[in-house]
Ligand binder design. Structure first.
Ligand SMILES: [Zn+2]
Length: 239
């Protein structure tokens, strides 16, 4: 994408917050867009506003794509891909090139955003690259931002979700809540309760209602668990 397409507008940031259900921070560019123009991928600064280095540059935000990629992960695709990396030297070499491309692209993002080099994460990419597959969302985010032919396993995952999402069509209608104001405070604890059995959910609610102090602490925990900008965060769509 060119500079104008990459530059996030206030509307883009609003849409990202709606897509993720929480306010976004440290987004410096839009990595990929839907045919309708809405963001698909948020490009996060390699160093956050609080000074912490952040290796995961391309964060998949479109709920239709993140859900589809989660289905692939649940089907065991990452284990199968990692095994192929060990047995297929050509694939392994292409994946290593994707890792190098990722690092080069991140340096460019750092340069363009005025952040400069981030030596703490030099040589560290994301998603398990260069030898394993640990997060398909990261690889798909990279493929969408870089275009086809750069990340072989991200491209493969995109082919794998073709029954739910393809680049030539808009899947935005109804994909996120457009009513009311965009999330202005961190609501990410809600994402943490998804998929919990009813009894655990009830217990969680009971704990949460036990006074303001503990409730604030729970908010902070949940934000850490799903915030893509928190280094080491394994929760949320990145896991
Ligand atoms: Zn769209």
């Amino acid at each position: 994408m060119n500079t104008a397409q990459r530059t996030p507008t206030p509307e883009d940031l609003d849409t990202l917050s709606r897509q993720l259900g929480r306010p976004v921070r440290d987004v410096v560019e839009i990595g990929a867009r839907c045919v309708c123009g809405n963001p698909l991928v948020a490009t996060t600064a390699p160093r956050l506003g609080n000074g912490i280095p952040f290796p995961t540059t391309y964060y998949l935000t479109h709920p239709v794509i993140t859900a589809a990629v989660s289905r692939l992960e649940a089907a065991g695709v990452m284990t199968e891909m990692t095994a192929r990396l060990e047995s297929d030297p050509e694939l392994a070499a292409a994946y290593r090139r994707a890792h190098e491309e990722y690092l080069a692209a991140r340096n460019e993002v750092g340069r363009r955003s005025g952040i400069g080099e981030v030596p703490e994460i030099a040589g560290v990419s994301a998603g398990g690259m260069p030898t394993r597959v640990k997060c398909l969302h990261v690889l798909v985010g990279h493929s969408l931002a870089a275009g086809p032919g750069v990340n072989p396993l991200g491209d493969e995952a995109l082919e794998g979700i073709a029954e739910w999402w393809t680049a030539d069509r808009c899947y935005c209608a109804g994909a996120w809540d457009v009513a009311g104001a965009a999330p202005a405070r961190d609501l990410s604890r809600h994402t943490r309760t998804q998929g919990l059995p009813a009894d655990e959910l009830a217990a969680k609610k009971a704990r949460r209602s036990g006074g303001k102090e503990s409730s604030d602490a729970a908010d902070a925990d949940a934000a850490d668990a799903v915030d893509p900008r928190t280094p080491g965060a394994a929760g949320g769509v990145e896991s």
